[in-house]
Design a binder for this molecule. Structure first.
Ligand SMILES: *Cc1c(COP(=O)(O)O)cnc(C)c1O
Length: 370
Protein backbone atom coordinates (compact mmCIF):
# COMPACT_ATOMS: atom_id res chain seq x y z
CA UNK A 1 0.00 0.00 0.00
CA UNK A 2 1.27 3.48 -0.83
CA UNK A 3 2.24 5.51 2.21
CA UNK A 4 2.15 9.21 1.39
CA UNK A 5 4.50 9.95 4.26
CA UNK A 6 7.33 8.17 2.43
CA UNK A 7 7.38 10.91 -0.18
CA UNK A 8 7.70 14.02 1.97
CA UNK A 9 10.54 16.07 0.53
CA UNK A 10 13.34 17.55 2.60
CA UNK A 11 12.42 21.13 1.77
CA UNK A 12 14.50 24.04 2.96
CA UNK A 13 11.85 26.26 4.54
CA UNK A 14 12.90 29.87 3.96
CA UNK A 15 9.46 31.41 3.93
CA UNK A 16 7.60 33.23 6.66
CA UNK A 17 7.27 30.09 8.78
CA UNK A 18 7.22 27.24 9.48
CA UNK A 19 11.00 27.05 9.46
CA UNK A 20 12.97 23.80 9.48
CA UNK A 21 12.78 21.85 12.70
CA UNK A 22 16.08 21.25 14.48
CA UNK A 23 17.04 17.53 14.39
CA UNK A 24 17.09 17.41 18.21
CA UNK A 25 13.51 18.73 18.17
CA UNK A 26 12.41 15.98 15.74
CA UNK A 27 13.91 13.43 18.11
CA UNK A 28 12.11 15.03 21.04
CA UNK A 29 8.79 14.73 19.19
CA UNK A 30 9.25 10.99 18.75
CA UNK A 31 9.61 10.28 22.47
CA UNK A 32 6.92 8.31 24.32
CA UNK A 33 3.66 10.14 24.82
CA UNK A 34 2.86 10.89 28.47
CA UNK A 35 -0.57 11.54 29.91
CA UNK A 36 -1.55 15.16 30.48
CA UNK A 37 -1.68 14.63 34.27
CA UNK A 38 1.55 12.64 34.57
CA UNK A 39 3.79 14.24 37.21
CA UNK A 40 6.78 13.99 34.88
CA UNK A 41 4.93 15.93 32.20
CA UNK A 42 4.35 18.66 34.76
CA UNK A 43 8.10 18.75 35.40
CA UNK A 44 8.69 19.22 31.69
CA UNK A 45 5.93 21.81 31.65
CA UNK A 46 7.57 23.71 34.50
CA UNK A 47 10.81 23.61 32.51
CA UNK A 48 9.03 25.12 29.50
CA UNK A 49 7.50 27.86 31.64
CA UNK A 50 10.86 28.75 33.17
CA UNK A 51 12.62 28.62 29.80
CA UNK A 52 10.01 30.88 28.23
CA UNK A 53 10.43 33.39 31.07
CA UNK A 54 14.14 33.52 30.31
CA UNK A 55 13.61 33.91 26.57
CA UNK A 56 10.96 36.59 27.05
CA UNK A 57 12.74 38.48 29.81
CA UNK A 58 9.93 38.23 32.32
CA UNK A 59 9.21 37.11 35.86
CA UNK A 60 5.51 36.63 35.03
CA UNK A 61 4.50 33.36 36.64
CA UNK A 62 1.71 32.84 34.11
CA UNK A 63 3.99 32.13 31.15
CA UNK A 64 2.68 29.07 29.33
CA UNK A 65 2.43 27.32 25.96
CA UNK A 66 -1.14 27.64 24.65
CA UNK A 67 -2.37 24.69 22.60
CA UNK A 68 -2.65 26.18 19.14
CA UNK A 69 -0.66 28.19 16.62
CA UNK A 70 0.38 31.83 16.98
CA UNK A 71 -3.08 33.12 16.17
CA UNK A 72 -4.50 31.41 19.24
CA UNK A 73 -2.25 33.64 21.32
CA UNK A 74 -3.79 36.63 19.58
CA UNK A 75 -7.30 35.31 20.32
CA UNK A 76 -6.45 34.54 23.94
CA UNK A 77 -5.01 38.03 24.42
CA UNK A 78 -8.02 39.95 23.18
CA UNK A 79 -10.65 37.60 24.55
CA UNK A 80 -9.09 37.88 28.04
CA UNK A 81 -8.97 41.63 28.48
CA UNK A 82 -11.51 43.17 26.11
CA UNK A 83 -15.21 43.25 26.74
CA UNK A 84 -17.80 44.75 24.39
CA UNK A 85 -17.29 48.50 24.18
CA UNK A 86 -13.76 48.56 25.62
CA UNK A 87 -11.49 51.05 23.91
CA UNK A 88 -8.58 49.40 22.12
CA UNK A 89 -5.85 51.08 20.08
CA UNK A 90 -4.13 48.99 17.44
CA UNK A 91 -1.00 50.46 15.86
CA UNK A 92 -0.97 49.08 12.35
CA UNK A 93 1.71 48.94 9.67
CA UNK A 94 1.17 45.48 8.24
CA UNK A 95 -0.97 42.40 7.71
CA UNK A 96 -0.74 40.91 11.20
CA UNK A 97 -1.86 44.13 12.89
CA UNK A 98 -4.91 44.08 10.59
CA UNK A 99 -5.61 40.56 11.88
CA UNK A 100 -5.53 42.02 15.40
CA UNK A 101 -8.20 44.52 14.33
CA UNK A 102 -10.36 41.65 13.10
CA UNK A 103 -9.89 39.62 16.30
CA UNK A 104 -10.50 42.59 18.63
CA UNK A 105 -13.59 43.64 16.65
CA UNK A 106 -15.10 40.17 16.92
CA UNK A 107 -15.05 40.36 20.71
CA UNK A 108 -16.88 43.67 20.46
CA UNK A 109 -14.01 46.02 21.29
CA UNK A 110 -14.27 49.66 20.27
CA UNK A 111 -11.21 49.63 18.02
CA UNK A 112 -9.20 52.68 17.00
CA UNK A 113 -6.61 52.00 14.31
CA UNK A 114 -3.50 54.09 13.92
CA UNK A 115 -2.31 53.24 10.42
CA UNK A 116 1.15 53.71 8.97
CA UNK A 117 2.26 52.65 5.48
CA UNK A 118 3.44 49.06 5.25
CA UNK A 119 7.20 48.76 5.54
CA UNK A 120 7.49 52.23 7.13
CA UNK A 121 8.23 52.88 10.81
CA UNK A 122 5.67 54.34 13.22
CA UNK A 123 5.51 58.11 13.63
CA UNK A 124 6.18 58.07 17.36
CA UNK A 125 4.87 61.60 17.97
CA UNK A 126 1.56 60.59 16.46
CA UNK A 127 1.50 57.42 18.57
CA UNK A 128 2.17 59.45 21.71
CA UNK A 129 -0.56 61.98 20.90
CA UNK A 130 -3.09 59.26 20.18
CA UNK A 131 -2.28 57.43 23.41
CA UNK A 132 -2.49 60.63 25.47
CA UNK A 133 -5.84 61.65 24.02
CA UNK A 134 -7.38 58.19 23.85
CA UNK A 135 -8.16 56.74 27.28
CA UNK A 136 -7.51 53.24 25.96
CA UNK A 137 -7.92 50.12 28.03
CA UNK A 138 -5.59 48.24 25.68
CA UNK A 139 -2.87 49.33 23.28
CA UNK A 140 -1.68 46.64 20.87
CA UNK A 141 1.27 46.42 18.48
CA UNK A 142 3.19 43.85 16.45
CA UNK A 143 6.89 43.69 17.33
CA UNK A 144 8.11 41.70 14.32
CA UNK A 145 5.70 42.42 11.45
CA UNK A 146 6.20 39.37 9.26
CA UNK A 147 4.32 40.83 6.29
CA UNK A 148 6.92 43.56 5.76
CA UNK A 149 10.03 42.61 7.72
CA UNK A 150 9.90 45.69 9.94
CA UNK A 151 10.87 45.67 13.60
CA UNK A 152 8.54 48.00 15.47
CA UNK A 153 9.76 49.91 18.56
CA UNK A 154 7.57 48.21 21.15
CA UNK A 155 10.11 49.16 23.84
CA UNK A 156 9.39 52.85 23.17
CA UNK A 157 5.61 52.33 23.13
CA UNK A 158 5.89 50.46 26.44
CA UNK A 159 7.74 53.45 27.87
CA UNK A 160 4.86 55.74 26.83
CA UNK A 161 2.42 53.53 28.75
CA UNK A 162 4.44 53.20 31.96
CA UNK A 163 2.59 54.45 35.03
CA UNK A 164 -0.76 54.10 33.25
CA UNK A 165 -3.43 51.43 33.72
CA UNK A 166 -3.45 50.71 30.01
CA UNK A 167 -2.66 47.12 29.10
CA UNK A 168 0.12 46.82 26.55
CA UNK A 169 -0.40 43.82 24.26
CA UNK A 170 2.35 42.67 21.90
CA UNK A 171 2.55 40.13 19.07
CA UNK A 172 6.00 38.50 19.20
CA UNK A 173 5.18 35.56 16.93
CA UNK A 174 8.18 36.02 14.63
CA UNK A 175 10.27 37.87 17.22
CA UNK A 176 10.80 35.29 19.96
CA UNK A 177 14.25 33.73 19.68
CA UNK A 178 15.36 35.93 16.78
CA UNK A 179 15.63 39.44 18.22
CA UNK A 180 16.02 40.76 21.79
CA UNK A 181 12.88 40.79 23.90
CA UNK A 182 12.48 42.20 27.43
CA UNK A 183 8.85 41.87 28.46
CA UNK A 184 9.22 43.31 31.99
CA UNK A 185 11.70 46.06 31.19
CA UNK A 186 9.65 47.25 28.23
CA UNK A 187 6.38 47.29 30.19
CA UNK A 188 4.57 44.63 28.15
CA UNK A 189 1.49 43.13 29.87
CA UNK A 190 0.45 40.44 27.42
CA UNK A 191 2.62 38.80 24.79
CA UNK A 192 2.23 35.78 22.55
CA UNK A 193 4.41 33.90 20.09
CA UNK A 194 4.48 30.59 18.21
CA UNK A 195 6.61 27.45 18.03
CA UNK A 196 7.31 27.33 14.28
CA UNK A 197 9.36 30.42 13.54
CA UNK A 198 12.57 31.24 15.44
CA UNK A 199 12.15 28.42 17.99
CA UNK A 200 12.70 25.81 15.23
CA UNK A 201 9.77 23.60 16.28
CA UNK A 202 6.73 22.43 14.30
CA UNK A 203 3.59 24.59 14.39
CA UNK A 204 1.17 23.83 17.21
CA UNK A 205 2.01 25.82 20.32
CA UNK A 206 1.77 29.48 21.21
CA UNK A 207 4.02 30.69 24.03
CA UNK A 208 2.01 33.21 26.02
CA UNK A 209 2.62 35.45 29.03
CA UNK A 210 0.47 37.75 31.15
CA UNK A 211 1.56 40.21 33.84
CA UNK A 212 -0.19 40.46 37.19
CA UNK A 213 -1.64 43.74 35.97
CA UNK A 214 -3.28 41.97 33.02
CA UNK A 215 -4.51 39.12 35.24
CA UNK A 216 -6.02 41.72 37.55
CA UNK A 217 -7.93 43.11 34.57
CA UNK A 218 -9.26 39.60 33.92
CA UNK A 219 -10.46 39.38 37.54
CA UNK A 220 -12.21 42.73 37.20
CA UNK A 221 -14.19 41.77 34.10
CA UNK A 222 -17.92 42.45 34.19
CA UNK A 223 -18.66 39.38 32.08
CA UNK A 224 -17.18 35.89 31.88
CA UNK A 225 -14.49 35.33 29.26
CA UNK A 226 -16.74 34.25 26.38
CA UNK A 227 -14.39 31.50 25.25
CA UNK A 228 -14.08 28.42 27.48
CA UNK A 229 -10.97 26.98 25.79
CA UNK A 230 -9.00 30.21 26.23
CA UNK A 231 -10.22 31.15 29.70
CA UNK A 232 -6.91 32.00 31.38
CA UNK A 233 -8.30 31.46 34.88
CA UNK A 234 -9.17 27.86 33.95
CA UNK A 235 -5.78 27.45 32.28
CA UNK A 236 -4.05 28.70 35.44
CA UNK A 237 -5.56 25.78 37.34
CA UNK A 238 -3.92 23.33 34.96
CA UNK A 239 -0.56 25.08 34.56
CA UNK A 240 -0.03 26.37 38.09
CA UNK A 241 -2.70 24.90 40.37
CA UNK A 242 -2.13 22.79 43.47
CA UNK A 243 -3.42 20.30 42.70
CA UNK A 244 -3.29 20.59 38.93
CA UNK A 245 -6.73 20.42 37.41
CA UNK A 246 -7.58 18.91 34.03
CA UNK A 247 -8.67 21.49 31.49
CA UNK A 248 -7.88 20.03 28.08
CA UNK A 249 -5.52 17.25 26.97
CA UNK A 250 -2.32 19.15 26.30
CA UNK A 251 -0.25 17.86 23.34
CA UNK A 252 2.60 16.23 25.27
CA UNK A 253 4.79 15.47 22.27
CA UNK A 254 4.61 19.08 21.18
CA UNK A 255 5.58 20.02 24.72
CA UNK A 256 8.74 17.92 24.32
CA UNK A 257 9.48 19.66 21.04
CA UNK A 258 9.04 23.11 22.54
CA UNK A 259 11.10 22.17 25.58
CA UNK A 260 13.95 21.09 23.29
CA UNK A 261 13.62 24.19 21.08
CA UNK A 262 13.92 26.46 24.11
CA UNK A 263 16.71 24.32 25.58
CA UNK A 264 18.73 24.70 22.38
CA UNK A 265 18.52 28.50 22.42
CA UNK A 266 19.34 28.81 26.11
CA UNK A 267 22.28 26.44 25.70
CA UNK A 268 23.60 28.46 22.76
CA UNK A 269 22.91 31.66 24.70
CA UNK A 270 20.12 33.91 23.49
CA UNK A 271 22.52 36.74 22.64
CA UNK A 272 24.48 34.32 20.46
CA UNK A 273 21.27 33.23 18.75
CA UNK A 274 20.43 36.86 17.96
CA UNK A 275 23.96 37.40 16.60
CA UNK A 276 23.63 34.32 14.41
CA UNK A 277 20.35 35.64 12.96
CA UNK A 278 21.99 39.00 12.28
CA UNK A 279 25.03 37.45 10.57
CA UNK A 280 22.79 35.38 8.28
CA UNK A 281 20.73 38.47 7.44
CA UNK A 282 23.84 40.49 6.60
CA UNK A 283 25.16 37.72 4.35
CA UNK A 284 21.82 37.67 2.55
CA UNK A 285 21.78 41.43 2.02
CA UNK A 286 25.39 41.38 0.78
CA UNK A 287 24.55 38.61 -1.70
CA UNK A 288 21.26 40.02 -2.99
CA UNK A 289 22.28 43.66 -3.36
CA UNK A 290 24.53 43.19 -6.42
CA UNK A 291 21.71 41.13 -7.99
CA UNK A 292 19.41 44.17 -7.80
CA UNK A 293 17.28 43.07 -4.86
CA UNK A 294 16.63 45.80 -2.25
CA UNK A 295 14.84 45.40 1.06
CA UNK A 296 11.40 46.99 1.50
CA UNK A 297 12.40 48.41 4.89
CA UNK A 298 14.80 51.28 4.24
CA UNK A 299 16.70 51.83 7.50
CA UNK A 300 18.92 48.83 8.36
CA UNK A 301 18.21 49.26 12.11
CA UNK A 302 14.47 48.78 11.45
CA UNK A 303 14.91 45.50 9.59
CA UNK A 304 14.21 42.11 11.08
CA UNK A 305 17.12 39.75 10.48
CA UNK A 306 14.82 36.72 10.51
CA UNK A 307 12.36 37.96 7.89
CA UNK A 308 13.60 39.74 4.80
CA UNK A 309 11.03 41.32 2.51
CA UNK A 310 12.73 42.05 -0.79
CA UNK A 311 11.41 44.23 -3.61
CA UNK A 312 11.22 42.26 -6.84
CA UNK A 313 13.52 43.85 -9.45
CA UNK A 314 12.08 44.95 -12.78
CA UNK A 315 11.86 42.08 -15.27
CA UNK A 316 11.79 39.31 -12.65
CA UNK A 317 8.66 37.18 -12.40
CA UNK A 318 8.54 36.40 -8.70
CA UNK A 319 5.94 33.64 -9.00
CA UNK A 320 8.07 31.64 -11.46
CA UNK A 321 11.16 32.26 -9.37
CA UNK A 322 9.46 30.85 -6.26
CA UNK A 323 8.12 27.92 -8.27
CA UNK A 324 11.56 27.09 -9.68
CA UNK A 325 13.14 27.34 -6.25
CA UNK A 326 10.60 24.90 -4.86
CA UNK A 327 10.44 22.38 -7.69
CA UNK A 328 14.08 22.38 -8.84
CA UNK A 329 15.93 23.18 -5.61
CA UNK A 330 13.40 22.21 -2.88
CA UNK A 331 13.71 25.66 -1.35
CA UNK A 332 10.56 27.43 -0.20
CA UNK A 333 10.48 31.23 0.04
CA UNK A 334 7.39 33.29 0.77
CA UNK A 335 5.38 35.51 -1.56
CA UNK A 336 4.22 38.99 -0.67
CA UNK A 337 1.24 39.28 1.65
CA UNK A 338 -1.79 41.54 1.18
CA UNK A 339 -0.96 44.73 -0.71
CA UNK A 340 2.62 43.52 -1.23
CA UNK A 341 1.58 40.39 -3.19
CA UNK A 342 3.44 40.17 -6.50
CA UNK A 343 5.75 43.06 -5.55
CA UNK A 344 7.92 41.37 -2.95
CA UNK A 345 9.22 38.02 -1.83
CA UNK A 346 9.82 37.16 1.81
CA UNK A 347 12.90 35.24 2.85
CA UNK A 348 12.85 33.82 6.34
CA UNK A 349 16.12 32.97 8.10
CA UNK A 350 14.60 31.67 11.29
CA UNK A 351 15.89 29.50 14.08
CA UNK A 352 17.77 26.48 12.76
CA UNK A 353 17.97 28.09 9.30
CA UNK A 354 19.67 31.28 10.48
CA UNK A 355 23.15 30.56 9.21
CA UNK A 356 25.43 31.58 6.38
CA UNK A 357 25.53 28.12 4.71
CA UNK A 358 21.77 28.28 4.20
CA UNK A 359 22.09 31.77 2.72
CA UNK A 360 24.79 30.57 0.32
CA UNK A 361 22.57 27.70 -0.84
CA UNK A 362 19.70 30.08 -1.55
CA UNK A 363 21.90 32.64 -3.34
CA UNK A 364 23.45 29.96 -5.54
CA UNK A 365 20.01 28.67 -6.54
CA UNK A 366 18.70 32.16 -7.27
CA UNK A 367 21.74 32.97 -9.43
CA UNK A 368 21.24 29.83 -11.50
CA UNK A 369 17.52 30.48 -12.02
CA UNK A 370 17.87 34.18 -12.82
C1 LIG B 1 2.87 33.87 11.75
C2 LIG B 1 2.29 35.06 12.46
C3 LIG B 1 1.05 35.02 13.11
C4 LIG B 1 0.12 33.86 12.99
O1 LIG B 1 0.61 32.72 13.52
P1 LIG B 1 -0.02 31.29 13.09
O2 LIG B 1 0.94 30.37 13.77
O3 LIG B 1 0.01 31.25 11.61
O4 LIG B 1 -1.38 31.21 13.65
C5 LIG B 1 0.66 36.12 13.83
N1 LIG B 1 1.42 37.22 13.91
C6 LIG B 1 2.61 37.32 13.27
C7 LIG B 1 3.41 38.55 13.38
C8 LIG B 1 3.08 36.23 12.54
O5 LIG B 1 4.25 36.31 11.90
Amino acid sequence: MLNLLDNIKDTLLLGAGPSNVAPSVSQALAKKTLGHLDPYLFEINDGIMEGLRQLMGTKNHFTIPLSGTGSIGMEASFVSVTEPGDKVLIIENGFFATRMIEVASRVGADVTTLHFPWGKPYDLDEVKQTIQNGGFKVVAAVYAETSTGIKNPVDVIGGMLKDSDTIFLVDAVTALGGVPLEVDEWGIDILYSCSQKCLACPPGLSPFTMSDHALEAVKNRKSKIPNWYLDVELLQKYYEGTPRVYHHTVPSNMFYALYQGIFNILEEGKENAYKRHRAAHEALMAGLDPMGWKPLVEAPENRLPQLNTMLVPEGVDEASLRKALLTEYTIEVGGGLGELAGKTIRIGLMGYNANVEVVDRLLAAMKEIL
